[in-house]
Ligand binder design. Structure first.
Ligand SMILES: Nc1ncnc2c1ncn2[C@@H]1O[C@H](COP(=O)(O)OP(=O)(O)O)[C@@H](O)[C@H]1O
Ligand SMILES: [Mg+2]
Length: 263
């Protein structure tokens, strides 16, 4: 079994000295998908932002450690962290379209983003992006590159966001509720997308969601978060078939079933 590429070791995250996430440990290996679930406010985004050094000025990892391979993320210099983020570690936003600048084309923004990390010509960048768009099921890739964000549907925007995250060929892909802004049909498509991404690259993928259907369909392991603490962590099959906690059962029951009967 390959070594974990991302490891949380008894992580505590605090905002202004108040611990919001406590004692969280997990590990993700290349090609593995971890689902993180929990009610709103349980600390899911905080947990994932900590790996990208995106906790803002108020937030800090106050206990434990987050390892990217053998690098301790909280101990990296801002420059070293910037160099990793967007390439080695990449984030898919909840609403990718909103994360783009409205007044510039998709192609311009992708090239600007990529240029911040390495020397890449515009044509090489466009070609790489167009390939990813096609692989992610976007028709007319050239037209998408020439589009402004408002010209794209939500589903297209999500694919563009995923393509941008994949441009740097990340080893860790973090997705914060990538389906919640979308309707159920598009969620199914996003699930297909992520299974495809798993096959496409050998990244470790962490998906934050409140949708147990997404977890059931995609995740190898699931971590259930409540009030910033882990209440369950284990193989998706084990946790969803025999949830140990009433909280987990409630989360399962609160999610509309997107797939057929449980095996
Ligand atoms: N920048 C911040 N400063 C202070 N508290 C925050 C900040 N961001 C999030 N929180 C608090 O941390 C808790 C967890 O938030 P969050 O990680 O966004 O949860 P989730 O993603 O599970 O909904 C919430 O109580 C939220 O109010
Ligand atoms: Mg959140």
């Amino acid at each position: 079994m390959p070594q974990p590429v991302l490891t949380y070791d008894r992580v505590e995250v605090s905002y202004r000295g108040v611990a919001i996430v406590r004692d969280v440990s997990f590990a993700v290996r290349p090609g593995e998908i971890l689902g993180i679930v929990g009610e709103s406010g349980s600390g899911k985004s905080t947990l994932i932002k900590a790996a990208m050094g995106q906790l803002g000025t108020d937030g800090l990892v106050t206990q434990g450690d987050i390892w990217y391979g053998d690098k301790s993320i909280p101990n990296l210099s801002p420059q070293a962290l910037r160099a990793l983020c967007g390439t080695d570690l990449a984030l898919v936003f909840q609403d990718c379209l909103a994360a783009l600048t409205p007044i510039r084309t998709v192609g311009d923004q992708i090239h600007e983003f990529m240029s911040a990390h390495r020397r890449i010509s515009r044509s090489e960048c466009d070609q790489h992006a167009a390939e990813l768009f096609s692989q992610l099921g976007l028709e007319n890739p050239q037209q998408v590159l020439a589009s402004y964000p408002f010209e794209l549907s939500g589903g297209m925007g999500q694919r563009v966001g995923i393509a941008i995250a994949l441009m740097g060929e990340p080893h860790v892909l973090l997705a914060d509720e990538p389906t919640s802004a979308l309707d159920v049909i598009t969620q199914t498509q996003v699930i297909e997308l992520f299974s495809h991404i798993r096959d496409l690259c050998d990244a470790a993928i962490v998906i934050v969601t409140h949708n147990m259907g997404v977890v059931r369909a995609l995740a190898d392991n699931v971590l259930v978060l409540r009030d910033g603490m882990v209440v369950e962590y284990g193989s998706t099959h084990a946790v969803l078939t025999h949830p140990a906690q009433a909280y987990t059962r409630q989360l399962i029951e609160a999610t509309p079933r997107l797939w057929g009967p449980e095996e």
